[in-house]
Ligand binder design. Structure first.
Ligand code: NAD
Length: 474
């Protein structure tokens, strides 16, 4: 299935408008705010790659480093036939604010390659990925201390492996070379938990929001994820894991929108079955149960409590915002709601959980992977046994004092030390909780108009302070 041609997106204007709205509420000097908003460097390239028939195809690609206030820069690489320089810069800017919001020591970046990955053979994709990496190396737009890419729309572990391998071939004497890219396969110095990190982070962020009783009461909803009716757009990396973890927390997935059509079933959809059907057939047509809608955009407008757009930007606009029936829009994708669509949703009292917070789980676990690659040791190696020994000593003392003994199976559970995946998941949960607390606190205590403005406000405050601390603006 080829990518649909999107309507012209207001993505760049929307990110600028969101920035301006929050920046106007701060008291930083205008010049400093200008610097924070500006994209520091963009590399636009064209390079030749041979297709499977031996023809030369000229590929257009970009890497935007939005902010150097912290280094390295960090941000995914997108493969899509519709990427533009403007979109890449907007995505890089969002990465700056996202990293600041969840407390990661990175400037924001984004890369994009203008190809339809679904229409390319694996061999052609590999040649393009390797050549793109070589271009980035030539211009110092990649490296563990400079700029560290990760997966995004249309890319995954395989592309990250090709990037790492190309970097290794050209920079073989760098000791930290595997920290040049994150989202790598486990067998190539990746980290457990990265694959599901963004979708898991989305579900954790939604939980933080839905657990606030007063906020839910204002929306006419009961607190908690359990029992909520959810519609997901996009069954890719982010959408499929977000749906999985929301369902695991007790939500009912009542709608799924994908390329080629959507399905809606108020009684709930068997997610595993639907995902398998989509992967095997490339479409949800003939899934069997529920109502099939040929236009997946229609599925977004069906009754639900929570709409989770997890595909691309510009999905909720002035054209459809008035028809949505959700009470909460949880932005798993980057920029799924544009500024015009947002104005309509907010007027209708619909709560938007903003992208720069909600999908930060991916870059958070990428940060852990980068740290692991720099330290050349897994997180559990230094802690599992010592934690087990400490818990065993406590259990021994408790059993001695009480005269009661746990059975061996229970004892093994209580005294088990954490594995790397446990450390990653708990650090991710903590990150999402702390960040939500900071934006919710800013929203309520500073009387900011909405959660997105609060998220931008907190992020801008942190980036400005970082610039000031460096003495750039004495
Ligand atoms: P992906 O390529 O794995 O999946 C995207 C899915 O969306 C595909 O299955 C595609 O068929 C579907 N899709 C595209 N257009 C659609 C439409 N109009 N209606 C319904 N479905 C449509 O991409 P991903 O990595 O899951 O990324 C999705 C979004 O999340 C993007 O905005 C990306 O920037 C953002 N994001 C991704 C990550 C990550 O770690 N992968 C991290 C943060 C943010």
């Amino acid at each position: 299935m080829h990518e649909p041609i999107p309507v012209r997106s207001r993505f760049f204007q929307s990110v600028s408008a969101y920035f301006d709205r929050a920046a106007d509420l701060t008291s930083f000097p205008a010049g400093l705010l200008d610097q924070v908003k500006s994209c520091n460097s963009v590399y636009r390239m064209k390079f030749p790659v041979k297709d499977d028939e031996g023809n030369i195809v000229v590929i257009e690609a970009y890497r935007a480093q939005h902010s150097h206030h912290r280094l390295p820069c960090k941000g995914g690489i997108r493969f899509s036939a519709h990427v533009t320089q403007e979109e890449t810069v907007a995505l890089a800017a969002l990465m700056t604010y996202k990293c600041a919001l969840v407390g990661l020591p990175f400037g924001g970046a984004k890369g994009s390659v203008r190809i339809d990955p679904r229409a390319c053979s694996p061999g052609f994709r590999e040649r393009i990925t390797r050549r793109y990496t070589a271009e980035l190396i030539k211009k110092n737009f990649i490296g563990p201390a400079m700029d560290v890419p990760a997966p995004d729309y249309g890319t995954g572990e395989q592309e990250m492996a090709w990037i790492a391998d190309t970097y290794r071939a050209m920079k073989f004497n760098e000791p930290d070379l595997y920290a040049c890219v994150t989202g790598k396969p486990l067998d190539l110095h990746g980290i457990p938990g990265r694959r599901e990190a963004t979708g898991l982070g989305v579900s954790l962020g939604i939980k933080e929001c839905l657990d606030r009783e007063e906020d839910m009461a204002e929306l006419g909803l009961t607190p908690g994820i359990a029992g909520k009716r959810v519609i997901i757009q996009g069954l890719g990396n982010v959408g499929s894991y977000a749906a999985h973890f929301l369902q695991k927390a007790g939500a009912s997935i009542v709608g799924i929108a994908e390329l080629g059509g959507g399905i809606y079933n108020p009684a709930g959809i068997d997610l595993r079955h639907a995902t398998r059907h989509f992967r095997e057939n490339g479409s949800l047509a003939d899934f069997g149960t529920g109502e099939f809608q040929e236009d997946p955009a229609r599925t977004l407008e069906m009754p639900c409590d929570l709409l989770v757009p997890a595909a691309l930007e510009g999905q909720i606009t002035a054209a459809n915002a008035a028809r949505l029936q959700a009470r909460i829009v949880a932005e798993a994708a980057n920029g799924p709601v544009d500024d015009e669509g947002e104005a309509i949703l907010l007027k209708r009292g619909i709560l938007i959980i903003p992208d720069l917070y909600l999908n930060a789980g991916g870059v958070t676990v990428s940060y852990f992977e980068w740290l692991k690659n720099l330290s050349h040791v897994s997180f559990d190696r230094m802690s599992t046994r010592i934690s087990e020994d400490a818990k065993t000593k406590i259990m021994d003392s408790v059993e001695q004092l009480t005269g009661r003994r746990l059975d061996p199976a229970q004892r093994a559970i209580v005294t088990a030390g954490p594995h790397e995946i446990d450390i990653v998941h708990s650090a991710l949960a903590e990150t999402m909780a702390v960040a939500y607390h900071s934006i919710h606190d800013a929203w309520k205590t500073r009387d900011l108009p909405d959660l997105r403005t609060a998220a931008f406000y907190v992020a801008i405050d942190r980036v400005c302070r970082s610039y000031q601390a460096h003495g750039i603006f004495p």
